[in-house]
Design a protein around this ligand. Structure first.
Ligand code: ADP
Length: 498
């Protein structure tokens, strides 16, 4: 099959979140399965820092935007797995500090920037003479490409048979703009209605993708269910429920070349499931030293890595950490950046209890690896979690996840109880209620097993380390989904009326 990825981020070229991890890894996995894959993204300023050669192709593009014509050109490089990546270069739009905004907030012309990108994707298919079976578009930034395919390209030679898959990575970010931006899209005003592109008077690009793609998916089966009702549907639950017959969930994979304690160059000691006790003890000791915590083997060390945002359950952490750090002999290691109120919270608590709490409020890939290896437990009390990657890394590193049962965390972590212990599936501790009390009780439950049943703890650790969340199996699921998408398109009428 021939797959064209339309995504605004891909490792190693540009990244703000999990989208970039998926689009950096999945294309190479698909290529390894024998498929013909390419990716097209904007030529953001960041792409030149990836230290990969980027060549101009001498191919120009011209895109109508409202009443003007905007010019750009195409560049080429490659992703891991020798997958071609094409860049849409238009420096007025993309040669900026941030991908979508800066300290002043989102860029005011984001709609225009991604109209240009999406139209360029459609034009690039012809200009590069790409044969495409499936256009796989990701999140609101690429959503207009599937709208153009459905509404403008169905009768154009070379495009008639192209099927479209639209992937939701995080429904909370929808790309909403004032209604006059509809003029920039060049699409007919007839689509500006509450069933298709309009959302409470605004233009909504996420909704546009959900409306016009042949097939939809998100990054875990549970999140695919959750977004069909409020509040997880973020206002789009009605449409998602309406299209539930073409909505799927596929859990993201892990890049075990980067995240494997047996080979991880960031660690002071390497280990696998057979020598985890020794290896982890060495990593824990080194982490305590690095963070200035008392070096003690007997104290449980809890890790947290991630964006300091409400989504990640920082309010639940806020609700427990005061009491816990006053009264309980456990250590906490935080790594993250985000909301200032959480920066202050963690700074204050670390100052008050330097012997129990360490907070590094920065972005550090290396420290993230060392926390995954050195902590005993990993905290993810998320309010919602489309997939989540850190719990998957934690499993591999023998660090027992403590998670709220939401989204991908439900699909990937099996709660410790008598049944799951006896059938060998227990991998972590999970709780349902979004309250500090439920989180605290679950921490107590985990702490009790850690302190009083070390053999049970080691079994939970081993269960997690033996799991396989590699991309290979998720890539196979995407192949199946592409096949379904193609057959759905072949059965569909030529025009998109939904
Ligand atoms: P999301 O995409 O919602 O932010 P994910 O768990 O899917 O959450 O992926 C986030 C990725 O970014 C993980 O690999 C995580 O380890 C990494 N990350 C987040 N914050 C930091 C940080 N401060 N330092 C290092 N890595 C971080």
């Amino acid at each position: 099959m021939k797959i064209l990825f339309a995504a605004s981020e891909a490792v190693p070229f540009a990244k703000t979140g999990g989208l970039a991890d998926v689009c950096g890894s999945l294309p190479g996995e698909l290529a390894a399965l024998g498929h013909d894959v390419a990716l097209i993204m904007p030529a953001f300023r960041q792409i030149y820092r990836a230290s990969r050669p980027i060549e101009p192709l001498g191919i120009n593009i011209e895109v109508p935007i409202g009443a003007k014509t905007v010019r750009g050109e195409l560049l080429r490089s490659h992703l891991d797995g020798d997958v071609p990546v094409y860049f849409v270069k238009q420096d007025e739009y993309y040669d900026r500090d941030g991908l979508y905004g800066d300290a002043g907030g989102d860029y005011k012309d984001n709609c225009e920037r991604f109209v240009f990108y999406s139209r360029a994707v459609m034009d690039a298919i012809r200009l590069l003479d790409l044969q495409v079976d499936v256009l796989h578009a990701h999140d609101w930034m690429a959503a207009l490409a599937v709208a153009y395919l459905a509404n403008e390209y169905r009768a154009v030679p070379g495009y008639e048979q192209i099927a479209s898959l639209f992937t939701i990575h995080n429904l909370a970010y929808q790309g909403t703009f004032w209604h006059w931006d509809m003029l920039l899209t060049g699409l007919d005003w007839k689509f500006f209605n509450w069933r298709q592109m309009e959302f409470y008077g605004n233009l909504n690009l996420m909704k546009t993708g959900l409306t016009f793609a042949d097939m939809l998916n998100t990054v875990s089966p549970r999140y695919a269910e959750e977004i069909q009702s409020a509040p997880m549907g973020c206002g789009l639950e009605g449409l998602l429920h309406h299209r539930r017959n073409v909505l799927r969930g596929i859990v993201n994979g892990v890049d075990y070349a980067a995240w494997n304690p047996a080979t991880d160059a960031h660690l002071p000691a390497r280990y696998g499931v057979d020598d985890v006790a020794v290896g982890k003890a060495a990593c824990k000791r080194a982490l305590q030293e690095e963070l200035g915590l008392p070096v003690r083997a007997d104290v449980p060390l809890l890790g947290f890595i991630g964006r300091l945002a409400d989504q990640k359950g920082l309010d639940l952490i806020e609700g427990v950490i005061g009491d816990w750090s006053d009264t309980s002999d456990v250590q906490w290691a935080f790594l993250g950046t985000g909301d200032m109120k959480y920066h202050r919270l963690l700074e204050n608590i670390a100052q008050r209890h330097p012997e129990r709490v360490a907070a590094r409020l920065t972005f550090s890939e290396a420290l993230a690896h060392r926390i995954e290896a050195g902590a005993d437990m990993f905290l993810m009390p998320s309010r919602y979690e489309p997939c989540g990657l850190n719990q998957l890394y934690s499993l591999k590193y023998g660090t027992v996840p403590i998670v709220r049962a939401t989204g991908g965390l439900v699909d990937t972590i099996v709660d410790v109880n008598d049944d799951s212990l006896s059938d060998g599936t227990a991998t972590g501790f999970s709780f349902q209620e979004n309250t500090a009390q439920a989180f605290s009780q679950t921490l107590r439950r985990a702490e009790a097993v850690y302190r009083t049943q070390p053999d049970v703890w080691q079994r939970i650790v081993a269960n997690g380390m033996r799991q396989d969340w590699s991309w290979a199996r998720s890539a196979q699921r995407y192949v199946d989904l592409y096949r379904q998408t193609i057959s759905l398109r072949r059965k569909s009428p030529a025009t998109a009326v939904r």
